[in-house]
Ligand binder design. Sequence first.
Ligand code: PLP
Length: 366
Amino acid sequence: MLAPELAAICRAAFTVEPPLRPFGNEGDYLLELFHGPTAAFKDYGAGFLAAGLAALAPREQELTIVVATSGDTGAAVAAAFHGRPGFRVLILYPQGRVSPRQAHQLGCFDGNVRAFRVAGSFDDCQRLAKAVLADNELKQDVPLSSANSISLGRLLPQMAYYAQASLSHWRAHRRPLGFVVPTGNLGNALACLLVRHMGLPVGGIVLAGNANQVLAEFFAGGEYRPRPGIPTLANAMDVGSPNNFERLDWLFPDEPELRHALRAESVDDRAIEATIRASHTRIGETICPHTATAVQVLQRLRARGETGDWCVVATAHPAKFPEVVEPLVGAPVPLPPALAAMLERPSQAEPLAADEPALKALLRAW
Ligand SMILES: *Cc1c(COP(=O)(O)O)cnc(C)c1O
């Protein structure tokens, strides 16, 4: 339906070309995906989803996007839909469990965006979002939609930067480019895999996880054992049961082939800290905790003799995580302009009990 509009949607959504640049040693590269409005890669998917939904026929009633977030997703979705006629965004985040800077970002949108700090955990937020999205009676009165990480409207646009980076590298060097992807729910890495499936010159793909070991265990030959997530310094990847794992099964019905297609490694908090510190002192690069997992994994690959060209995917700007990064590099991390502007705006979140009837009443009354 939207095929004729696709070029215009892409122009609206992909305003920033992600820089691909050398990083430290020969053959190592970095793809900076943090130049969007909220300084994390989720801006690409959220921006495309918003531009795509806006291009659909106008609705009689506003569409409310309900998003449960542990930090980055809510801000990216809010920024993408903020001020768009026909849309409202309701953010649910766990009170006290996102960083102060993340909380400020989530609450700094006015108008058609409302942020709620839920007295509960991220799982409570997700449960509330699922409950309202599954309530057909409520949805008749209040049209609702989600924007979570299994949404294809967020996943597919992420293929664009892998296609562009691998092609531009191929044109310059006539060599495939491998990618090390910081991974939580597997959305970003799956986009990379789909691009390789399409025949673009992507070499190896390695998933970099934090101390949530589920993928590292599986790709090391173990069982797939989903479990509750544990908190780490790379908090946007605190996932024990990756949402998109089923899509790997669909792409590779044959398990040995799947185990051959990808590799995965786990990086604990101590290694994240050491990598942020070492990247700063040795090569003068300041990286975020998520990106640090991938930098650490690339170092391990090189130490084992891996050759070829490899690219670390930088998923967020380090200034989003000052509490972690600044003590390690011993200096303030300058804010990118978009983030600075956001942090200057006033911020306010409304309290909400982790209670389904309360949320439903609120949606009807908005
Ligand atoms: C969401 C996020 C990730 C994890 O991406 P997935 O698509 O869930 O695997 C990694 N880094 C940052 C900064 C994120 O916000």
